[in-house]
Design a protein around this ligand. Structure first.
Ligand code: IPE
Ligand code: MG
Length: 241
């Protein structure tokens, strides 16, 4: 039997919280609550499987277009949970980082993020990268500004600009995503980590996020293992065309 491959970096675009709730005659906020509860367990499960980095898209810059009530609910939920679950992430030795623009986020949200990041910064059982107020195009714009600033201050030459420098100046330098999952059957990328998914295997399960549990993730890993990753090359050992 071939070795079972564990992806180094997994990305999840979590989707379907609202539909999960409405299909049960519940309010959308109940779906977000159930989604967070699932994410808490799932994140630790994934990192315990040997995945080194988990990036999740929890709130996009575009999500601010939703009603004040829904955005407010989500922000309050995060403030509460980031503080309440800090102990849980400590116990599981998970290092939490955030990707996204700080501009536009409430002060109490920023404070709870900083609290969690600071507390977990020395943990070693994997990195949980929470993409909040995140947009990939904004990330690329912000990276370009950072590099331009360094160029202006003579910290770098034009010749220093290469893929490595670009990666280093993203919100976090976490490397390529090997396996990207978007739940709920939607088959879109929606401005998520465009630079990092260049060679990702992508999987679109039908399951709404609150039901995408540890077992569903393990099934996804089987699917990942059946993919033949060639990075533009040819695998002469297997049939490829
Ligand atoms: C994902 O679920 C959570 C966030 C984007 C905050 P949705 O809220 O997008 O759920 P649907 O797509 O309406 O079902
Ligand atoms: Mg959605």
């Amino acid at each position: 039997m071939k070795n079972f491959k564990i992806p180094n970096h997994v990305g999840i675009i979590l989707d379907g919280n609202g539909r999960w709730a409405t299909s049960r005659n519940l309010k959308r906020s109940e779906g977000h609550k159930a989604g967070y509860k699932n994410l808490k367990k799932l994140s630790v499960h994934i990192l315990n499987k040997g995945v080194k980095i988990l990036s999740v898209f929890v709130f996009s810059t575009e999500n601010f277009k939703r009603s004040e009530e829904e955005v407010g609910y989500l922000m309050n939920l995060m403030v509460k949970k980031f503080r309440m679950d800090a102990k849980y992430f400590m116990k599981n030795n998970v290092k939490v980082v955030f990707s996204g623009r700080r501009d536009g986020l409430r002060k109490d949200v920023l404070d709870s993020m900083d609290y969690l990041v600071d507390l977990t910064k020395d943990n070693t059982n994997g990195i949980f990268n929470i993409c909040l107020n995140y947009g990939s195009r904004s990330e690329i714009v912000d990276m370009t500004k950072k590099i331009a600033e360094k160029y202006k201050n003579n910290e770098i030459d034009l010749d220093d600009i290469d893929e490595e420098l670009v990666s280093k100046n993203l919100y976090n330098d976490l490397g390529d995503i090997d396996f990207l999952i978007r739940t709920s059957g939607e088959q879109r990328i929606s401005n998520f980590m465009l630079w990092q998914i260049s060679y990702s295997e992508i999987y679109f399960p039908e399951t709404y996020f609150p039901d995408f549990d540890n077992k569903e993730f393990d099934k996804s890993l089987e699917i990942y293992n059946n993919r033949d990753r060639r990075f533009g090359g040819v695998n002469y050992d297997t049939k490829t065309n």
